[in-house]
Design a protein around this ligand. Structure first.
Ligand code: SF4
Length: 69
């Protein structure tokens, strides 16, 4: 998934995610937990939620949320 104006990709590394739920708490419109791992929801306007995504990434205790240019 990308931020159209920033060309940034958001992914969750399932090997790192330990399902604390922090990202879902901070950005419930963007993240969900399926089968014990966080995932980025399909069809989300990532640009609209860019601030929450960055906050969730900063708060992830295992650094599982990756923003890639
Ligand atoms: S905050 Fe990090 S460790 Fe917690 S559920 Fe989200 S991706 Fe997984």
């Amino acid at each position: 998934m990308t931020f159209p104006d920033m060309r940034t990709t958001v992914t969750v590394d399932p090997e790192r995610c330990c399902a604390t739920g922090g990202c879902v708490f901070i950005a419930p419109e963007v993240f969900t937990i399926e089968n014990g791992k966080a995932e980025v929801l399909a069809g989300v306007d990532l640009t609209e939620h860019a601030e929450e995504i960055r906050e969730a990434s900063d708060c992830c205790p295992t650094e599982a949320i990756q923003l890639q240019e």
